[in-house]
Design a protein around this ligand. Structure first.
Ligand SMILES: [Zn+2]
Length: 290
């Protein structure tokens, strides 16, 4: 979709499909930021800083109309109101985007009422129909859209879930710090270089929250298991599926990664007994370097 928009070859109606409702909404938002960003980066990604990007992020962009289910379904009255509003739009030649969330909840009457609207290409109007299941969308409506099935952003969801289970938000600064420390530690372990541990450990000294260490140890256990997964040809779960990761994973054997996974699992358990996270980590790192 992003490539298409760069070539100015955008279709006028898309059905975006992902079983993960949150993911499909995030992707739609990102696509709109890309289309409407006032100062995109050189690699065509949205800047996330301009007023357009910020308004999209807060669901408050004048060019975007959201149609969301009222109660259990998207109803014909909502569709009629939106179509009426749309007829009065386009006065300034601005692009408008109509986002329908949970399209599968459209009543048959509602879906039938929008067929003509969706079908008719308009250079300044884009439809983004979001759904968790393409099969549950009325076939006549589906056939008027270009269907895009989003690949599951595996890593992002797994990380989100892990951080959320400790009450952390992945976008917070402390979460980013934990992620960085974990990646540095993983690299240091793969290289078996004691001197590389000091960097993440130095960062950790500045932390006060023991819960930070709980998340870190859980994530490290995940990374060690991921290292085993890629060696047996599976996809990593927590780490980005990159060449660099796979290469680092191959530095140590499966047995060694298993030992490390156990070690971090054990550290995580000890955090529940209120040990000092940093002391526990240092002791563990000295043990593995022997
Ligand atoms: Zn922007």
């Amino acid at each position: 979709m992003y490539d298409l928009s760069i070539k100015n070859n955008l279709s006028h109606a898309y059905l975006l499909v992902s079983p993960n409702a949150r993911q499909v909404e995030e992707e739609a938002k990102l696509a709109m930021q890309l289309l409407l960003c006032e100062q995109p980066n050189q690699d065509h990604t949205p800047c996330h800083l301009c007023s357009s990007c910020l308004r999209l992020a807060s669901d408050n962009h004048p060019a975007v109309t959201y149609l969301t289910p009222e109660g259990a379904s998207l109803k014909i009255a909502q569709m009629r109101a939106a179509m009426k509003q749309d007829r009065f739009g386009h006065r300034f030649g601005d692009r408008t985007i109509i986002v329908v969330t949970r399209t599968e909840t459209m009543t048959v009457e509602a879906a039938t009422s929008v067929l003509k609207w969706v079908e008719e290409p308009h250079q300044d109007r884009l439809f983004l129909l979001l759904t968790s299941s393409a099969m549950m969308v009325l076939p006549t409506l589906r056939s008027r859209c270009t269907t895009l099935t989003l690949s599951q952003s595996y890593t992002k969801n797994a990380l989100n879930d892990l951080f959320a289970s400790f009450g952390y938000d992945l976008r917070e600064e402390r979460s980013i710090r934990i992620l960085q420390a974990a990646q540095q530690l993983y690299e240091a372990l793969a290289h078996q270089r004691e001197d590389l541990w000091h960097f993440p450990v130095d960062t950790l000294i500045k932390w006060s929250e023991s819960s930070d260490f709980s998340v870190l140890f859980q994530l490290m256990m995940g990374y060690c298991r991921d290292a085993i997964a890629v060696q047996v040809g599976n996809r990593p779960y927590f780490y980005e599926d990159t060449k660099a990761f796979a290469q680092l994973a191959s530095h140590l054997g499966i047995k060694r990664w298993s030992e490390l996974a156990l070690l971090f699992g054990d550290l995580g358990k000890r955090m529940r007994a209120h040990v000092n996270g940093l002391t526990a980590l240092e002791a563990a790192l000295f043990k593995v370097s022997e």
